[in-house]
Design a protein around this ligand. Sequence first.
Ligand SMILES: Nc1ncnc2c1ncn2[C@@H]1O[C@H](COP(=O)(O)OP(=O)(O)OP(=O)(O)O)[C@@H](O)[C@H]1O
Ligand SMILES: Cc1ncsc1CCO
Ligand SMILES: [Mg+2]
Length: 271
Amino acid sequence: MERKIDFSKFFPLEKSPLVQCITNEITCESMANALLYIGAKPIMADDPREFSQLFEKTSALLLNLGHLSEQRQESLIDASSYATRVNKPTVVDLVGYGVSDIRNQIGVSLVETHPTVVKGNISELRHFCGLPSQGRGVDSSMWDQGEDHLNELIAALQKIGGLYPATTFLATGQKDIVVNQKQTIVLNNGVDELDRFTGTGDIVGAIIAALLGEGHDPFEAIVSAVSYFNICGEKAKQESFGLADFRQQTLNQLSLLMSETWYEQVEGWEK
Ligand SMILES: Nc1ncnc2c1ncn2[C@@H]1O[C@H](COP(=O)(O)OP(=O)(O)OP(=O)(O)O)[C@@H](O)[C@H]1O
Ligand SMILES: Cc1ncsc1CCO
Ligand SMILES: [Mg+2]
């Protein structure tokens, strides 16, 4: 890739950042383990009564819309306003954006606090930008991922990026789009199977939060987290048989790939 990012500096982590995750029960355990595998520390804590003390100890916050309830809504909103007050690096994952009005309202409230990173799959982010979207539940659709649709989403995110200068946006899929006010990159690693086990996007969000907790620039943290995870998937595909095994091998690579020159395989281009 043209842009000069020194990928060798991201893994292994140096500070073992403590990442607070308010997330869904479906992939919560995978997310906690993924953070441990890369050398971070997870705490899945969503009771607002703990926030004032917990926020003193954490390095980053991950807010995931995946499994809503009234209680989860309160936790997400409370945590995001706390994060704004104390300047905590925050990733908002707009899981299922477009599924319902209430999900969209909560998503917008979180984005309006100008978090460090806003992510979702391409269909979720098309919905968020007001573009037609064929997403199904929490999964994206290939229809949204043709070249014209990708370019349309890039243009929409660049426009929104101007309104949110402190936020970097990530739309994931076969290709991944990273956009902020200053720059845009398209990333091209990964394999189709990464869309065939649940929680891959959730885990990427948590890895980004860990890299923010290390103190990295948000744009670089996103590019590295997505590329690292997707190259883990590429390696896993070579060594696995069946999707359950592929999932296991992808997670296994999270702790292994960092001892190799994984960054030589990063594929992407600036737009
Ligand atoms: N067809 C594909 N080819 C290459 N990489 C892919 C493909 N689909 C997904 N990925 C990668 O898998 C990761 C998760 O992306 P995806 O868009 O599936 O997230 P998601 O829908 O939010 O996932 P989930 O909701 O299950 O957590 C990203 O790093 C993305 O680049
Ligand atoms: C399947 C599913 N449903 C709500 S959240 C989730 C996990 C993927 O984010
Ligand atoms: Mg998916």
